[in-house]
Design a protein around this ligand. Structure first.
Ligand code: NAP
Length: 328
């Protein structure tokens, strides 16, 4: 059980357990340290190498192979395992939780996680589902960094049972890490994320598969000539297989709904190309360019060409053949 230590200065809790010390879990630990959290941070993971890295990186006070052991001593428990592992972890820690402990998560799907974790915990009023809209295609604690959540959104989806004071503590924790907070209901979250994140990943996985499976184009050519468009899809398609398998299995309805809309719109584009309807193509591309500008203006991406990838220095440019800028 958690000791009766007073909350750390500026935080509504005194000790943290992070279950799953991968990219997101490690980044949370680093960000909270940078924000001035000085209390103990217990890290639990089923992967020995992740625990070993957490020690080496100095991001955990103690490490545990057993999630319950880490959670028993904490009054803020952050579940940062893949979505499919949230329920078993909640079942494992439920019996040892302090009555005043707050449990939150970082899962990319909220409906399934809210339902199953709430049901597994002894006091669902202390559970605050959350999703930081920040991350990368990399995994593991060594990929984590303190500024990952800075100026990014963190969506909270408190349930009807969630105690508002617990939501406040979790919101303040994410604000301390530099995030902006949005509160949403779970259905809306899962629909919005299906179109802004889940579908783009599905398309990326599929386009990379199609390119590699095209018998008329060799694998070597796909790699050699992969300019901006395809290369950017390969970044998404390199994302963690476990994480994304769990996202699709746990957000089925919203993903299938958005995939249906996407397929209909794609058929319209196919028809426009077949019948040479250039005006229709141009109008759409003009609209989508304006959407991209809106994302840049909202501070969610850089306006620099090629996503700000560094260009070779002038001297380098003379020595190294620079690929033509992507035109696709
Ligand atoms: P990650 O780097 O792969 O880390 C997850 C860690 O949890 C791994 O070390 C994994 O071990 C461990 N784990 C899996 N099942 C476990 C269990 N039952 N008990 C204890 N440890 C367990 O993943 P991540 O990218 O940090 O993602 C973590 C969560 O954040 C996911 O729910 C994801 O949806 C969410 N999220 C991710 C991103 C992103 O861009 N990556 C962004 C926002 C939210 P193994 O390697 O042995 O499986």
């Amino acid at each position: 059980m958690a000791d009766a230590a007073p909350p750390a200065e500026g935080f509504g809790f005194s000790s943290i357990a992070i279950i799953g010390i991968g990219l997101i879990g490690a980044s949370v630990a680093l960000a909270l340290r940078e924000a001035g959290f000085t209390g103990p941070i217990a890290a639990a993971d089923r992967d020995d190498e992740a625990l070993h890295a957490a020690v080496e990186l100095g991001i955990a006070t103690t490490t545990h192979a057993d999630a319950a052991q880490a959670a028993a001593e904490a009054d803020m428990i952050i579940l940062a395992v893949p979505v499919g592992a949230m329920e078993p972890v909640a079942c494992a820690i439920g019996p040892v939780l302090s009555p005043r402990a707050i449990v939150t998560d970082v899962g990319s799907v909220k409906g399934a996680v809210s339902r199953t974790v709430s049901a597994a915990l002894p006091d669902p009023s202390r559970f605050v589902p959350a999703h930081p809209i920040a991350g990368s295609e990399q995994s593991g604690p060594r990929a984590g960094y303190a500024s990952l959540f800075r100026n990014r959104w963190c969506i909270l989806t408190p349930t009807d049972e969630t105690d508002p004071s617990a939501t406040q503590v979790v919101a303040d924790m994410w604000r301390a890490m530099g995030s902006n907070i949005e509160v949403m209901d779970v259905e809306r979250h899962d629909l919005v994320l299906a179109i802004t994140s889940h579908l783009p990943h599905l398309i990326a996985y599929n386009i990379v598969r199609t390119a590699y499976d095209m018998e008329a184009v060799t694998e070597a050519e796909v790699i050699k000539f992969s300019a901006g468009g395809f290369r950017d899809f390969t970044r998404l398609a390199a994302s963690d297989p476990t994480m994304w398998r769990d996202v699709f299995l746990n957000n089925r309805a919203a993903v299938i709904e958005t995939l249906g809309r996407f397929s209909e719109d794609l058929a319209i584009l196919q028809r426009a190309i077949r019948w040479g309807e250039g005006d229709q193509l141009y109008d759409l591309f003009e609209r989508t360019r304006a959407i991209r500008m809106g994302i840049v203006e909202a501070g969610q991406d850089t306006a620099a060409p090629d996503f700000g990838r560094p260009r070779p220095a002038a001297e380098e440019r003379h020595r190294t053949p620079v690929p033509e800028p992507a035109s696709d």
